[in-house]
Design a protein around this ligand. Structure first.
Ligand code: ATP
Ligand code: MG
Length: 299
């Protein structure tokens, strides 16, 4: 707890869920190059942002920045305008406990403590067994855990695996679904996830975090085609940040992909003609739903 935390809690912070990233630079070691370079992002309350980019572009580093697993760097020594604001409060002035209580996070590699199943799902011991079982049922892990010798109190050891990778992902899902925060950051697994589990996870998250601000690092473009905005990162820089449909057309109203040269457009085209059309249609429909037909040509 930091001295100012109580005051923030009392006045109801965070009450919206907007995020402002301003001139952020990050590097992993002083002798290395910046991995994020002059990142500026404005995320409005409740917006869903999908982040894409090649391996090494800096996507997971953004997660580390937002969750404050690493502190931000400044390009110029003494510069004070590099910051991350969460509902108008600089996240560096907030105690880590308070900050993380308000950000649900699903990491790229599911994180399991060498502890009991119960502790893994409710690390602070705030919920009853009944509430935990209910969440486990919701994420379809109940039956599997009932089969374990000590039920919720079964210990999970680092090496031994009573869970498959997909199930570990569901343990992380149970952890965040137990208490949805105003912001959800999700760093999707690159591999090892079967489509069925992946779809199930997306669906649950859509239900439980309907009103939350969401920042999702996605590998399947269909997942984010209906999001409010897509952020394309390349070598640590923001190269595109806009509504997916707008990134795929030259003129609002276009009924097919007319912008063929944008970063996002090229990523979409690389998924093949059938999938491209699917992604475009999802993006187009989401755009016109949201803007209620503005600019749509009659046909
Ligand atoms: P992927 O799609 O493979 O998950 P990413 O976009 O998430 O990639 P990051 O993990 O953010 O990429 O990495 C950005 C750059 O920082 C890469 O060049 C990576 O090698 C480097 N990097 C990441 N973590 C560390 C670390 N702990 N120490 C040193 N360098 C790191
Ligand atoms: Mg990553």
């Amino acid at each position: 707890h930091l001295p100012g935390d109580n005051e923030k809690i009392q006045r109801g912070w965070p009450d919206q869920g907007k995020i402002d990233v301003n001139k952020v630079y990050m590097k992993y070691r002083p002798d290395m190059d910046f991995v994020l370079k002059d990142l500026n992002l404005e995320v409005k309350a409740g917006e869903k942002i999908g982040c894409v980019g090649r391996t090494g572009a800096g996507k997971s580093t953004i997660v580390q920045m937002l969750y404050r697993m690493r502190e931000i760097d400044r390009k110029e020594k003494g510069s004070t305008d590099s910051h991350v604001h969460f509902d108008d409060v600089n996240t560096q002035t907030v105690g880590l406990n308070l900050l993380r209580k308000n950000i649900s996070m699903i990491p790229q590699t599911p994180y399991i403590f060498s502890e009991t199943i119960r502790t893994n799902i409710d690390p602070l011991g705030q919920y009853t067994d009944e509430q935990i079982w209910r969440v486990l049922e919701d994420v379809r892990l109940k039956e599997h855990i009932e089969k374990q010798s000590d039920g919720l109190n079964t210990r999970i050891n680092g090496g031994s695996s009573i869970f498959s990778v997909g199930q570990k992902q569901l343990v992380c899902l149970a952890r965040v679904v137990l208490k949805p925060a105003p912001v959800l950051i999700m760093d999707e697994a690159t591999a090892n996830m079967d489509h069925e589990t992946d779809n199930f996870l997306q669906e649950k998250i859509d239900q439980r975090f309907e009103k939350s601000t969401r920042f999702t690092i996605a590998h399947r473009l269909t997942t984010i085609a209906n999001y409010d905005k897509v952020l394309v990162l390349s070598k640590g820089r923001k190269v595109e940040f806009d509504e997916p449909y707008k990134l795929l057309v030259n003129n609002i109203g276009d009924q097919e992909m007319t912008n063929k040269t944008g970063h996002f457009s090229i990523m979409v085209q690389n998924t093949g003609p059938i999938s491209s059309k699917q992604i475009f249609d999802i993006a187009k429909n989401a755009y016109f739903d949201k803007h209620q037909g503005a600019g749509q040509t009659a046909h």
